[in-house]
Write a protein that binds this ligand. Sequence first.
Ligand code: GLN
Length: 276
Amino acid sequence: MTFGALLMEGKERLRAAQIEEWELDAWYLLEYVTGMSRSRYYLDRECAAKEAQVLSYRELIGKRSSHIPLQYLTGSQEFMGYSFCVNEQVLIPRQDTEILVEEALGHLSPGMEILDLCTGSGCILLAVLKLKPGIKGTGTDLSRGALEIAEKNRERLQVEAEFLQSNLFEQVEGRYDCILSNPPYIPSAVIDTLMPEVCRQEPRMALDGGEDGLYYYREIVRQSPAYLKSGGMLFLEIGYDQAEAAGELLKQDFTGITVKKDLAGLDRVIYGRLRP
Ligand code: GLN
């Protein structure tokens, strides 16, 4: 079987399974299995694939057809220009979350200490530490499985960071210059309306923000003042319709409240500074 025929078969199967990005995903899986670049493929597409390549490609196409996200199959996702390892224990890093990192970077300077709650794959914390040397970072998550991935990513990116298993602030000590979080924020009843890749495959505990989606914002905003240094800042990723509610929560103890939009023009990040 040639590489060309194999790719064609993959595309057809993904299209039949109604995978949104069927063409791209079929290609990425072929690239993953064979290690060949696009240009290599065009040179070699009439060459025969090895039996083992055919078998593993078909197996992956089968899994992708059952809506397992591409990133859980290849085990990685790019975020802020770095490759993070992922598995089904963590939310797949989203491009939208880069807005949170970029906003925070603009307010950080060497010597500061930062805390990332619900760190998941560690993508937020580790990207910040990588891009802003001289910062001390701690990440927490309730999920042991997520922390194992975060620790792997710390090795992969070669940065120093401390990870703690903790329900929000429970195991956290001391005060920080900045707290960051992309907590679960989907209202419970909305989760099952999301695409199957998300609602059936990504960890529900990384998505579920309680009945109104605001549970974690309430907890984080209420407890943050006790963990922030004077003038410290809190950065939160929010859902497209949560800026007003999150702003109301922040107003009590924070000033300079700012909302930033994502590339789709939707509210995505809110932040403020602890009122003196
Ligand atoms: N902080 C991680 C991320 O942004 C995980 C977020 C989550 O699990 N809700 O990808």
